[in-house]
Write a protein that binds this ligand. Structure first.
Ligand code: GTP
Ligand code: MG
Length: 297
């Protein structure tokens, strides 16, 4: 197909935390690139997913949730999401339609006001709601912002996502592709592996632990002849009491984190994986801008 016929554009997926932005990225992509947990503020970086088709290339940017940020880590997360709005051709603004229209859900719409590109409101999690409740919600959001379209979907069930994609294409320009045809993301294997470990920590620990944790890949060594990858990673926490919780009784928690991570990493890399985890205290790292930058934020 000629370049002047191909739709090509960058699209930011933004919205409050926990509304299903990463789930939608994975659903549209048909593969898991971005980690998903039931806890808010899971995603910390901008994560690119590239949808390729003979007729289009869409570069989707999954972003951290827009929220009232206290700590420097959270402020950086919100900055990343807001900055993504300035470099895209269209926006998918997601909300959790099963929650009341509160300040938490609708408040972040203000970030769209300085943007000039079309924004589609995606009412996600429709599977949790009776159909007849959707219409009044659409009416309410129409009054809040001039959305280019309002689309109900269930990212979890991958329903309504095809229609959403068709609608999105209407709002994208034609032009050259930005990326080669065959890569689903620009994220490195190291980055995705660190994210998988972070996902397991989010799923296996409670209270402040997930929010006090970062993961660093220390080494990543592939031995083709053995069909094996050996990965050394450090789990960084903010204080020593958190270190004991992550390690658990007789190391049980850390073992579980390691086992669950390894299973997913083996699927991702299609190789056997030897995963060695360490836990290290870096006091108050969520307030240490140099460390936050080192994490790629
Ligand atoms: N019932 C239902 N649950 C969903 C749907 N989409 C996502 N979820 C769930 O909502 C939770 C949050 O999903 P995520 O994709 O991590 O949400 P997010 O917006 O990326 O969250 P942050 O990265 O924290 O901002 C997970 O438990 C998902 O399984 C949906 O369409 N229906
Ligand atoms: Mg996310």
């Amino acid at each position: 197909m000629k370049e002047d016929k191909i739709k090509s554009g960058m699209v930011a997926i933004v919205g409050p935390p926990n509304v299903g932005k990463s789930t939608l990225l994975n659903a549209l992509l048909g593969q898991k690139i971005s980690i998903v947990t039931p806890k808010p503020q899971t995603t910390r970086n901008r994560i690119i997913g590239i949808l390729n088709d003979p007729a289009y290339q869409i570069v989707l940017l999954d972003t951290p949730g827009l929220h009232k940020a206290g700590k420097p880590l959270n402020q950086e997360m919100v900055k990343i999401a807001v900055a993504s709005l300035a470099e895209v051709d269209a926006v998918l603004f997601l909300i959790d339609v099963s929650l009341p229209i509160s300040n938490k859900q609708a408040g972040p719409v203000v970030y769209l006001e300085s943007s000039t590109v079309p924004a589609i409101l995606v009412l996600n999690k429709v599977d949790l709601l009776d159909r007849e409740k959707i219409l009044p919600i659409i009416e309410a959001y129409r009054k809040i912002y001039p959305f280019a379209a309002i689309m109900p979907v269930s990212a979890l069930l991958n329903s309504g996502t095809d229609v959403l994609l068709q609608e999105l294409l209407q709002h994208l320009p034609t032009g050259p592709k930005f990326y080669p045809d065959d890569i689903p993301t620009d994220a490195t294997e190291r980055f995705i592996v660190a994210e998988i470990i972070r996902e397991k920590i989010f799923l296996l620990t409670g209270q402040e632990i997930p929010y006090s944790t970062a993961v660093i890949i220390d080494s990543f060594k592939e031995e083709e002849e053995k069909n094996l990858v050996t990965i050394y990673a450090t789990i960084v926490v903010e204080k020593s009491s958190q270190k004991s919780i992550i390690i658990g009784r007789k190391g049980a928690k850390l073992q579980q984190i390691g086992k669950n991570s390894r299973q997913d990493i083996e699927k991702l890399l299609e190789l056997r994986v030897l995963l060695k985890l360490w836990v290290k205290v870096h006091k108050n790292w969520t307030k240490d801008m140099r460390f936050i930058r080192d994490l790629g934020l």
